[in-house]
Design a protein around this ligand. Structure first.
Ligand code: ATR
Length: 285
């Protein structure tokens, strides 16, 4: 590549729907940094070759998305504490010949909570819905940030229990518990919860399904959704009607990108511009 050009990108399969190129290219343009951010379609089984090729070509860094977030681990020279504890990577930095993995997903959520909702996570009692990769990323970061309790609910109990075991093994100072609850029991638990997070894909792409019954959710709660298509999920809308404060998934998307961009460039996203751009894009999507 031409000298002085910064090349960034994302590896995934499929990678075509990612909003990251839009965000990062806008940031590069707006900050006057010469370079571009490219979506790279990488099939499973081709990760090692892809990483060597990207490094040889002088690419500075890439984001990592489905289905490679765990598979890249074995090809990295170093992991930051969060990606090591999560056992998943969403950002790679090619740092002078070393391949370093980070995970900015959980930190993106925490930053959104702080900057978009004005809330700190320390001491919070959390009800986490979901036990997939996204839920694990959030749970690990929330435990590291000192929430007092994480209650996990999941459709498939075994996966919920496995997430709790994962937390107990590495982050045992946070109380974590799987709650195999029917809805009426959930209602009794809700007064003891501050933060409710939907980390499942329920609500994505339309449909009116809710991840849990909203019964008992009220103005004591801050309810967050990681889903951002649509921004106003049926779950957030229902919780808002019941008096809860709500936080949509757009902030987490922007902040995880901002944190990756800072690792590569040392500079922050022009967050306001990027939020407006994504809102426009999501309106027409
Ligand atoms: P990701 O890496 O994005 O988290 P994932 O690992 O497939 O994706 O996890 C998706 C999460 O959404 C899981 O917690 C899943 O529940 P199961 O463990 O029971 O599969 C949850 N999920 C997806 N569709 C759901 C639905 N219709 N109802 C309830 N939970 C659902």
């Amino acid at each position: 590549m031409a000298e002085g050009q910064l090349v960034l990108g994302i590896i995934g399969h499929p990678v075509g729907h990612s909003l990251s190129p839009l965000m990062h290219n806008e940031a590069l343009r707006n900050l006057g940094i010469k370079g571009f951010y490219v979506p790279f379609e990488v099939k499973p089984g081709e990760i090692e070759a892809a990483l060597s090729g990207l490094m040889a070509l002088g690419v500075k860094g890439v984001n990592v998305t489905i289905p490679h977030k765990q598979a890249v681990l074995e090809h990295l020279d170093q992991l930051d504490p969060v990606s090591a504890a999560t056992k998943a990577v969403n950002t790679i930095d090619f740092d002078g010949g070393r391949v370093v993995g980070y995970n900015t997903d959980g930190a993106g959520f925490v930053a959104s909570l702080r900057e978009d909702a004005g809330e700190e996570v320390g001491g919070k009692r959390v009800l986490l819905i979901g036990a997939g990769g996204a839920a694990r990323g959030l749970a690990v970061k929330l435990a590291m940030e000192g929430v007092s309790e994480i209650l996990v609910i999941n459709r498939t109990p075994e996966k919920g229990e496995a997430l709790v075991k994962h937390l107990e093994a590495g982050l045992s100072y946070t109380h974590a518990e799987f709650v195999p609850l029917k809805n009426d029991e959930l209602k009794e638990l809700l007064p003891g919860v501050d933060l409710i997070i939907n980390a499942t894909s329920v609500g994505m792409g339309g449909g009116d399904e809710l991840p849990i019954s909203p019964e008992g959710i009220d103005d004591r709660h801050l309810v967050c959704d990681i889903v951002y298509t649509p921004l106003k999920t049926p779950f957030l809308e229902e919780c808002r009607r019941r008096g809860a404060r709500t936080l949509d998934g757009l902030g987490m998307l922007i902040h995880q990108g901002d944190l990756a961009f800072q690792i590569w460039t040392g500079k922050r996203f022009p967050a306001g511009r990027i939020r407006r751009l994504l809102m426009e894009k999501l309106k027409t999507a």
